[in-house]
Write a protein that binds this ligand. Structure first.
Ligand code: GLN
Length: 519
């Protein structure tokens, strides 16, 4: 096949790998396909904070010269990385003004592993600042647009990675998921996204948001690609004491049937605000499960209604501690306006953090303060235990649990910005798995109102292969083949001043960098 025959909107990593190994294309030709697509659509999608085109071309050429395609498992595959994973010598901003100039001196373990496999990095993708959000609108730099409708959000916080894969600007990508940030944008952008069991992927070099919840995970165009990418980043890492070895390796999913598998449908996940179109696609997928031999039963996870409020205590509490390190001394931005040390901290953090990050730090500090600790943080941790127990009891009777990934399809840019609670509701179905540390995957299961719907599969700890197998069988049965059209249903969808977005959104990280001078 020639480069001309490659459609970046359809090509999977498995197919690209085969073409590279068989010499049908070179790594340099493949990278060019993606850089060309970036050239074509990036000014509308805005998935990347940084495109490292020169490095990518240079490295791909080197791989070709050294026959690297035959050498490494992923050699030459063009990959995008969420910009909250540190990359040595390459800016890592977390989409925050406070890190707009930050050049890390080391590389996150997950990324290092992929570099060891000779993937080619295309660049760093946009996110909600410090991964706090569900729409990518909290980026300090600009909003990413959903390639299915440029007037809508790509979801978040890994919205840049999801949009890049959906738009054919990357073969696949890494994201991170603290309360749904891989699965929810995967759902809204019509791609596959997986949060593995807590601890299976090292968090070393993932800039910490809420350490007991954060996990790196793949965003891909197929379930098989998801398994491949995940298989290369898992493993115990001496740099992360919470990391663990999976009891069995991740294998290429082959299943086409679901015979005898018991699927539980927690009715609490369907109770609130599920759009009719999402419900229809979900119900159709349940019928497919039965056609493939699976058993579907409605069941209960009784503490579900407390999961979201518990998360919004625990995650901000951990965030308030983790973000204390951004003090103007050790990293990034320092305010030039301060008279003394305390003022320096205050101005630096006041100017460097955006509104949502400040909201989380304040909620977290409050919940952890003496006198309130037991009432909020202690109580939230007890709820977390109840949520875990719900799952433990459920998995005694069911092999997998399924739900819509997100109660709605992609919403319009600006629609939820002024109402943090409605934004928080986007993660109703994804947050419980993080609280319990469980693996979960989102699979495209059709369209509603022309926008993708995600189907979530949750399994017990370390059941990655079971989830991937079931997702593979369903993927084949669903046969989702629609492609994003890059349509724009809003006259101002591409302008960063329109649609009710934050007026503080900047055109690019470098603009903020200029303002951050003096750090
Ligand atoms: N939307 C959730 C939040 O804002 C989850 C974010 C995430 O998973 N990183 O906390």
């Amino acid at each position: 096949m020639s480069v001309d025959g490659i459609d970046p909107l359809r090509l999977t990593a498995r197919a690209a790998k085969r073409m590279l190994v068989e010499g049908e294309i070179s790594a340099a030709e493949l990278i060019k396909v993606y850089l060309d697509q970036i050239e074509r659509v990036e000014n509308r999608v805005r998935a990347f904070l940084l495109v490292t085109a020169d490095n990518a071309v240079r490295y791909a050429t080197e791989i070709d010269r050294e026959a690297g395609a035959a050498r490494g498992a992923l050699a030459g595959l063009p990959t995008a990385i969420k910009d909250n994973m540190v990359t040595e010598g390459v800016l890592t901003t977390c989409a925050s003004k406070i890190l707009a100039n930050y050049q890390p001196v080391y590389t996150a373990t997950a990324v290092q592993k992929l570099w060891g496999d000779h993937i080619v990095t295309l660049g760093k993708t946009n996110l909600d600042e410090f991964a706090m959000g569900s729409s990518t609108e909290n980026s300090a730099f600009f909003t990413t647009h959903n390639p299915w409708d440029l007037a809508t959000v790509p979801g978040g916080s890994s919205g840049g990675s999801a949009a890049a894969v959906a738009a054919g600007e990357a073969l696949w990508a890494l994201g991170s998921d603290t309360g749904g940030s891989v699965r929810q944008p995967a759902s809204l952008c019509g791609v596959v996204g997986m949060k593995p069991t807590y601890g299976t992927v090292s968090r070393y070099g993932l800039v910490a948001f809420a350490s007991s919840l954060d996990q790196i995970g793949p965003l891909t165009r197929s379930v098989s690609d998801c398994a491949l990418l995940l298989s290369r980043i898992v493993g115990r890492d001496a740099h992360d004491s919470t990391s663990v070895q999976l009891p069995e390796p991740i294998v290429e999913p082959q299943a086409t049937r679901l015979d005898g598998l018991r699927f539980g449908v927690p009715h609490e996940y369907l109770a609130q605000g599920v759009q009719p179109g999402v419900r229809e696609r979900f119900d159709e997928t349940l019928r497919l499960i039965e056609e493939l031999g699976g058993i579907v039963e409605e069941m209960s996870l009784p503490h579900t209604e407390y999961a979201l409020p518990a998360y919004y205590i625990i995650a901000p509490a951990e965030a308030s501690a983790n973000l204390a390190r951004f003090d103007g001394v050790r990293y990034g931005y320092r305010s030039a306006h301060a008279g003394d040390l305390i003022e320096m901290y205050e101005y630096t953090r006041g100017e460097g953090f955006g509104a949502e990050v400040k909201r989380r730090v304040m909620i977290g500090a409050y919940a952890l303060s003496s006198g309130y600790y037991e009432a909020y943080y202690g109580q939230a941790q007890r709820v977390r235990t109840l949520v875990r127990r719900d799952f433990a009891e459920a998995f005694a009777r069911y092999d997998l649990l399924v739900s819509p990934t997100s109660p709605t399809v992609a919403f319009r840019i600006g629609e939820r910005v002024a109402d943090p609670l409605s934004m928080y509701m986007s993660d109703l179905c994804t947050i419980p798995a993080n609280l319990a540390g469980l693996p979960a995957l989102s699979l495209p299961c059709g369209l509603a109102d022309g926008l993708p719907v995600g189907f979530q599969i949750i399994g017990p700890a370390f059941s990655e292969n079971r989830i991937l197998g079931a997702a593979h069988a369903l993927e084949k049965a669903i046969g989702f083949s629609a492609l994003p059209t890059f349509k724009d249903t809003s006259a101002v969808a591409c302008g960063d001043t329109g649609g009710g977005m934050h007026s503080s959104h900047r055109a690019s990280p470098s603009d903020a960098r200029a303002e951050g001078e003096g750090a």
